[in-house]
Write a protein that binds this ligand. Sequence first.
Ligand SMILES: Nc1ncnc2c1ncn2[C@@H]1O[C@H](COP(=O)(O)OP(=O)(O)OP(=O)(O)O)[C@@H](O)[C@H]1O
Ligand SMILES: [Mg+2]
Length: 353
Amino acid sequence: MRQHELTQAVKNSRFPKSIFFGYYVALLLLSGVHIGLLIGVEKANFNDIIIIITLMSYWALVAGGLTLYTRHQVRKTYELPMLRLADAAAKIAKGDFSARVETINEREKFDYLDQMIEDFNKMAAELGSIETLRLDFFSNVSHEIKTPIAVIQNSAEMLKKPDLSEEKRQEYVDTVTTAAKRLNTLITNILKLNKLEKQSITPHVSEFDLCDQLVQSALLFESVWEEKGIEFEADIADERKLITADAELLPLLWNNLLSNAFKFTEQGGTVTLREYTEDGRVVVEVEDSGCGMDEQTKKHIFDKFYQGDTSHSTEGNGLGLALALRVLQLTGGEISVESETGKGAKFIVTMNI
Ligand SMILES: Nc1ncnc2c1ncn2[C@@H]1O[C@H](COP(=O)(O)OP(=O)(O)OP(=O)(O)O)[C@@H](O)[C@H]1O
Ligand SMILES: [Mg+2]
């Protein structure tokens, strides 16, 4: 595609073949005038010196005209666009990623310089969005760290009070412990995400039983479903499903999907974990009868730090699904979600065997 675009651009070169015919006709006309002048001055019986001076002045005028014309053309076609490009590059170098350069021709008449300008604009836009992501990431991390630290500080101040009842003391200690755990999970998740983002290939591929892994992941949530009175169903169609993937990465995905399902489902709801094979691929579904989500939320759930449901925002940091997605990118699977507000959610993961 890229190659095709470039060939197309080179076809629309700044030096079209017609330039040869332009020069040819112009030179013919100019030499016609030269001959005309020569005949004129000879007929007028001017002496040789005057003839030479006349012809030389004529060609000096021609050379001057051509120089002005070339200067104008070079300035219009190269210098001005290059100066604009240099200006924009200087702005970007100073951190202003909004700089853009206008293309010279209409899209249908694009040549390689237009192509270069367009690529430059794309590059500037890309850099701008990376910068926004980076700044967002820092402000999100700072925000997520500040909240539990404020809670710890506040509770520690309260614990200093001498006349504190045993009950209150226990309450503040619990608050400090919860906030510290939250900080711990946050840092662990950031480190995991950072590690996964740097990793470009799956390093520890091996054959393992996916069904067993799913059951093991589900069992981690036994106390949660018992405490919340949630009816949990594991509908595993295959008795044993050997797949070749990273056996250490995938539990991160199942645990995040299950943890969300249990977190966003109210007391007495249901959560189902399903596994089956379809068209030679293995499908894992995590379905719940919880609060569900609207279209707007669905668009952002895989973004880092995004939390759609504010009532649960004290639990977690919105990194779970970003991690899950990264795991799938590394293992080569796909994830989709079906959900409506108030009607539960179903996450569907499809992977090659
Ligand atoms: N099963 C679900 N039902 C309803 N909403 C969900 C479900 N799963 C995810 N979401 C929405 O997607 C958002 C992002 O989920 P994600 O797992 O990334 O973050 P989190 O669960 O809030 O925090 P963390 O995973 O870091 O503990 C959630 O805050 C929630 O709004
Ligand atoms: Mg989560």
